[in-house]
Design a protein around this ligand. Structure first.
Ligand SMILES: Nc1ncnc2c1ncn2[C@@H]1O[C@H](COP(=O)(O)OP(=O)(O)OP(=O)(O)O)[C@@H](O)[C@H]1O
Length: 655
């Protein structure tokens, strides 16, 4: 098997294929028959089987998360219900528009059968009336169409705004645990391309469907009223048409599903390559990536061709049915006109109506695609909205506040009481343990990679709740603290030292949004960040994204420390950066760290020797257990793991 074949196989069913497919389809091919991925029998339905991840596969492996039965419909209703009035106005406008449009052929019939004979008698009245009526209907149809578009566009925009807002708020409220498994790519896909496929349905597809349905009902009734026999021919032609639509849906479903998988593979490869552009360059993967991407692209082209062919077959089929029906009607009608049992005008009107009836049938196929796509998207969104935070806010009656911290008191006491922890997707990472960190202590946590240091820190920051036991802050269970109270109590500064879009000052003020500019600057000065910030083009008002390149990794850390200093939490957790800074940079960061750790309880996941030396206490972790615990000097003097680690560190420094 060639590398290319291998890659194609690997991309056959990529994780999150549906979302990627939607991402591409959202850009809109004709009719926008976006990916039916959620409903192709693997994604959507299997997802439900895996509910809760018990006994089956992890539901997060699928693009569509399990949603309770009826959740999709309930979501749509909840979106439309507040806009009931405008939905009704839009529906009324559409009905009136249809009435104005459908009146045309009736007027033609009247003109042929009544107005022309009257004209021959010298009576101009009926012809003038028909002409005026026709003009009025045309004008009315235009006006009602305009009113419908205006009313429905507002409903659509509001619905989409509402839905996107709900997705954002909900996702933001979900726990870290959820985000680690769902990935940001899927979330982006939900709030952009899935919302977009609903927009396509609401703004174009639905109007098309209503037009088709109204046309069918009204034209059938008019034809039956004009002439029972002719009407019956028209109604009979619906049967082959119905069979055709059914067959098309089945075949198109398979074609679009294959197409969505193919485009998903293209997008997944694209995103993967661009996200990993550095290793791609470093390992010279460009050429092999080109080959794989080219092969995936060609496969998508073929699948796209298949889908277009299906659509073409449907269009040809529906026109064949329509023309056969019209031909039959004309033939039979002509004999009856000759017999004198049918008026010529009625036959002309019937033919006009039939043409009008079959015109939108081509577009019905497109509606069906848009519908399937939007249904799949809504199902995925409903699945997302059905997720509940695994780290919930306390009920208002159970919520507690932290006891007041006397000014000058050094931080807060932390107690892990009978705590054990397992990630949802894995086995036990931290076996049951007890640990007390007295207020004001600086604790360095060291250990080999994967030992559980970050996990311990994340439990303290309540990114997760322990599987067993409690984490107490000054005697209060973290689960009883509402978010704002918890964030005042515990702050975690992670390695990445993430900066949000906005100015440097705003980034520091995230620590305490009500801080004044003086307080922000004071924090920056205390940390030793003031000089470099003042040297930026706009000082504290420099936009970190626009000039992001100017802010180095070390400087980003200083900003993150200033943010933490401003927040002034009782407990600070620091995941120290492993990246080696240059010596002056390292010193600056070291100084900043001393400042930010001072006067509070601090837990530092230590990678640097200098950090360990300023700690009051060192915890050495191994396989999720604390294997050594004591002041650094004592541990260094001993002959345990830490003493060994320390020796190795020292030697590496000398080297
Ligand atoms: N989100 C997660 N889901 C499942 N397992 C996880 C998750 N995060 C970490 N683990 C597992 O938990 C164990 C401890 O990981 P942790 O990140 O706490 O180690 P660490 O000591 O901080 O390592 P490092 O120094 O490399 O950051 C590892 O075996 C890891 O594979």
């Amino acid at each position: 098997m060639t590398a290319q074949d291998q890659a194609l196989r690997e991309h056959e069913e990529p994780a999150g294929s549906g979302e990627a497919a939607r991402a591409a389809d959202g850009s809109g091919g004709a009719g926008g028959p976006a990916g039916r991925d959620g409903r192709d029998g693997r994604d959507g339905e299997d997802g439900r089987d895996g509910q809760g991840g018990q006994g089956g596969r992890d539901p997060f492996d699928r693009d569509a998360l399990p949603a309770p039965k009826g959740a999709t419909g309930a979501l749509l209703r909840s979106l439309l219900a507040p806009r009931r009035g405008r939905v009704a106005v839009a529906a009324l406008m559409l009905l009136l528009q249809q009435a104005a449009v459908q009146a045309g052929p009736l007027l033609v019939a009247y003109a042929i059968d009544r107005a022309v004979p009257a004209l021959r008698q010298g009576d101009h009245g009926p012809v003038v009336a028909v002409a005026a009526g026709y003009a009025l209907c045309a004008l009315g149809a235009g006006l009602f169409q305009y009113a419908f578009v205006a009313a429905s566009a507002r409903v659509n925009q509001d619905v989409l705004l509402d839905l996107r807002g709900r997705i954002f708020r909900h996702a933001q409220a979900l726990s870290v645990d959820f985000h680690e498994r769902y990935t940001s790519g899927r979330l982006i896909s939900r709030s952009t391309t899935d919302v977009e496929s609903l927009r396509e349905l609401l703004s174009e597809g639905l109007q098309e469907l209503v037009n088709v349905v109204l046309s069918f009902v009204s034209i059938s009734l008019i034809l039956l009223w004009l002439d029972l026999g002719i009407g019956a021919v028209a109604v009979a032609s619906f049967v082959p048409l119905y069979l055709l639509v059914r067959m098309y849906r089945r075949r198109a479903s398979a074609a679009f599903s294959a197409r969505s998988t193919a485009i998903a593979a293209v997008i997944v490869k694209f995103a993967e390559t661009m996200n990993g552009i550095r290793p791609v360059r470093a390992f010279r993967r460009e050429r092999s990536n080109d080959e794989v991407f080219g092969a995936l692209n060609r496969r998508h082209e073929r699948r796209n061709g298949d889908a277009i062919l299906e659509m073409a077959r449907y269009v040809v089929g529906s026109r064949l049915v329509a023309n056969t029906a019209v031909a039959g009607m004309v033939l039979w009608g002509a004999y009856r006109v000759a017999d004198g049992t049918l008026a010529l005008g009625v036959l002309a009107a019937a033919v006009l109506y039939m043409r009008r009836l079959y015109d939108p049938i081509d577009r019905l196929g497109m509606f069906l695609n848009a519908y399937e796509s939007a249904a799949a998207s809504l199902e995925k969104i409903a699945g997302l909205l059905a997720q509940r935070p695994t780290v919930p806010e306390p009920e208002p009656e159970a919520a507690r506040e932290l006891p007041p911290r006397p000014s000058g008191a050094p931080g807060r006491e932390v107690v892990f009481e009978g705590v054990s922890f397992a990630y949802r997707t894995g086995g036990e990472v931290l076996p049951r343990f007890d640990l007390t960190l007295p207020a004001g202590q600086t604790v360095a946590v060291v250990g080999s990679t994967g030992a559980g240091k970050s996990t311990l820190a994340k439990l303290l920051a309540r990114f997760y709740d322990p599987s067993e036991g409690r984490v107490l802050l000054d005697g209060v269970d973290l689960r009883e603290l509402p978010s704002p109270e918890l964030r005042r109590g515990v702050v975690m500064v992670t390695q990445e030292a993430f900066l949000f879009s906005g100015t440097v000052a705003e980034n520091i003020a995230i620590g305490r949004p009500d801080a004044t500019r003086e307080e922000v600057e004071r924090a920056a000065k205390a940390i030793g960040a003031h000089d470099f910030i003042a040297a930026l083009p706009d000082g504290y008002d420099t936009d970190v994204r626009k000039r992001g390149g100017r802010i180095s990794a070390g400087q980003r850390q200083l900003v993150a420390f200033a943010r933490a200093l401003l927040a002034d939490p009782g407990v600070l957790i620091l995941d120290e950066a492993t990246s080696s800074l240059d010596i002056p940079g390292e010193r600056a960061v070291q100084h900043a760290m001393d400042t930010v750790l001072h006067g509070r309880t601090a837990v530092v996941i230590a990678h640097r020797l200098s950090t360990v030396e300023i700690a009051d206490r060192v915890l050495v972790m191994e396989d999720g257990r604390i294997v050594e615990d004591g002041p650094p000097e004592r541990l260094i003097a001993g002959d345990g793991r830490f003493a060994g680690l320390h020796r190795a560190w020292r030697e590496s420094l000398v080297g």
